[in-house]
Design a protein around this ligand. Structure first.
Ligand code: NOJ
Length: 520
């Protein structure tokens, strides 16, 4: 028997196993389905998975690609990466994208979110010359997805810009606004007709804090507690200009939607948590990025506190820059949706350091994690499903119930095939999301699992895995294979139902005891 025939037989057996498991789940529960936790997704709700170019593509220097900030950072400062690794090969998705699309199709995902590498398209950063191989690659990936009837969600920028532009100041230089818009125009002109949803920039807040006010992420520069403010200021301008360009020149023919996505940390009640601490934490986190979009300016509490603290530090200006009235008008309203990334929560309390006359941060808020909360493999990722419901309700109340597209949510582990933690996490978080939709009227339109493939987790290298598919980084072929969560997602998508993760796994364990196996 040939290997591929054997493989096909195994795959069919595995498929039968999961269908039987699911049917028996339904049968045992019968009419108590709802009570057992089975919840249906609203009609038209999008369920997908995401990735980002530097984290999966590899092929860092082929066919004319230029050097990005992450190429430079990981090559020149490997000591800043947990395992000293880089994204030179990563998941090799540059070469294996057709296989990736087949996996997406086989799981049944509605949409795939991926990002473009700026330097694969514009090796010199500026809009000339355009690297035709970059255009070919993304066009081909988009066409594969379209042929498989998968909604395409494209982030123009996911944290790795051209190194040459970084040497000219990167996001702390206002000229980046112009350079980004020029790059976006090349994208829209060449492949915009194949993109359903455009995300201009991924997580400006996290990028700016960790790349221009800490050494964690490329370029890893620290500028006197103000680089992150300049970075966000310029990113908001770049985003808004790009939104207007799309709106005026491309929307009518390309029929897509455009916005960006921001991470919002959740909160739960606990000692020292008050309405004020919750509000303050939310405004410095979400409001910093989203207030300018919905109201035209930064939140008052940020403006006041940062001005006060800047004066205490003897600066003749506030470290938080101001928008002119013209920019306020350009930025206000420049989005088609609220793009939300969410992973974790904490208990926001006032920092006792300030009461002692010192201040550790502009917020004066610290986020406390209850030691009893379980965590993923990433130290920061506490598993607190309740937090996402609170975030969604707060977004609804603060910004007038905008359509929310969740573009990231997921948990890390060490790469387990039987990733029980992951399916429990997905189940419990999505259950909270469905409650926020059905009970509280939050207008959530999409959910995106982070991430399709185990991949390069930035400064954590390959030590933390978020994938719903396993990637063997020891094999030159970067072989993909299924995890328990692959099966769970396949059943969720097939039935459009949030299948109870614990029942799903208890059936698995029961069948194991009876001698069945499943192929990973
Ligand atoms: C947010 C980022 O967008 C993504 O690149 C990263 O891998 C995940 N968070 C997990 O840390």
């Amino acid at each position: 028997m040939t290997r591929s025939l054997k493989g096909e037989i195994f795959r069919n057996m595995a498929r039968c196993f999961w269908i039987i498991t699911f049917i028996s789940l339904i049968c045992t529960k019968g009419s108590e389905g709802q009570a057992s936790g089975l919840q249906r997704f609203p009609d038209g709700f999008l369920l997908g998975a995401a990735s980002a170019s530097y984290q999966v593509e590899g092929a860092w220097n082929v066919s004319g690609k230029g050097v990005s900030t992450w190429d430079h950072f990981a090559h020149t400062m490997p000591e800043r990466i947990a395992d000293g690794s880089n994204g030179d090969i990563a998941c090799d998705s540059y070469n294996k994208y057709k296989e990736d699309v087949q996996w997406i199709k086989s799981i049944g995902l509605d949409h795939y979110r991926f990002s473009l590498s700026w330097t694969r398209i514009l090796p010199n950063g500026f809009n000339t010359p355009v690297n035709q191989d970059g255009i070919r690659y993304y066009k081909s990936l988009l066409e594969e997805l379209k042929a498989a009837n998968i909604t395409t969600v494209v982030s123009l920028y996911h944290w790795d810009h051209p190194q040459i532009l970084e040497e000219m100041g990167g996001w702390t230089n206002e000229l980046m606004v112009r350079w980004f818009v020029d790059y976006a125009k090349v994208v829209f002109d060449n492949i915009g007709h194949l993109i359903d949803i455009v995300i201009t920039i991924n997580e400006p807040k996290l990028l700016c804090q960790q790349a221009y006010n800490s050494t964690w992420k490329a370029p890893g520069k620290v500028f006197n507690d103000m680089g992150h403010f300049f970075c966000v200021h310029n990113i908001l301008k770049a985003h808004a200009k790009t939104w207007h360009m799309y709106d005026q020149e491309y929307r009518a023919t390309q029929n897509g939607m455009i916005g960006f996505t921001t991470p919002v940390r959740g909160w739960v009640q606990g000692e020292g948590v008050t309405e004020e601490t919750i509000e303050r934490a939310f405004q410095f986190d979400c409001g910093w990025i989203m207030s300018p979009i919905y109201t035209g300016d930064y939140p008052e509490v940020m403006k006041t506190r940062i001005a006060e603290r800047s004066a205490l530090q003897n600066y003749p200006f506030s470290r938080l820059p101001e928008f002119t009235d013209e920019w306020k008008k350009i930025i206000k309203g420049a989005t088609d949706f609220f793009g939300l990334n969410h992973y974790t929560s904490s208990m926001p309390t006032f920092d006792p350091a300030e009461a002692l006359g010192t201040f550790a941060s502009d917020t004066n808020i610290i986020g406390i994690a209850d030691p009893s909360w379980p965590s993923g493999a990433s130290g920061w990722l506490h598993i607190v499903p309740e937090g996402i419901g609170n975030v969604l309700r707060k977004i609804k109340d603060t910004y007038g119930n905008p359509p929310v597209y969740m573009f990231e949510n997921g948990v890390s582990d060490k790469g387990e095939i039987e990733d029980y933690v992951r399916i429990n996490y997905y189940h419990d978080y999505i259950s909270e999301i469905l409650t926020a939709i059905v009970r509280d009227g939050c207008d959530v339109k999409a959910y995106t699992a982070w991430t399709l493939l185990d991949n390069y987790e930035w400064e954590a290298g390959y030590t933390e895995r978020f994938g719903i598919l396993k990637v063997d980084f020891d094999s030159p072929n970067r072989t993909r294979s299924e995890k328990l969560s692959t099966h769970w997602w396949r059943e969720v998508l097939r039935t459009r139902t949030l299948i109870d993760a614990r029942e799903f796994t208890s059936h698995l364990r029961q069948r194991r005891r009876e001698g069945s196996t499943f192929e990973n």
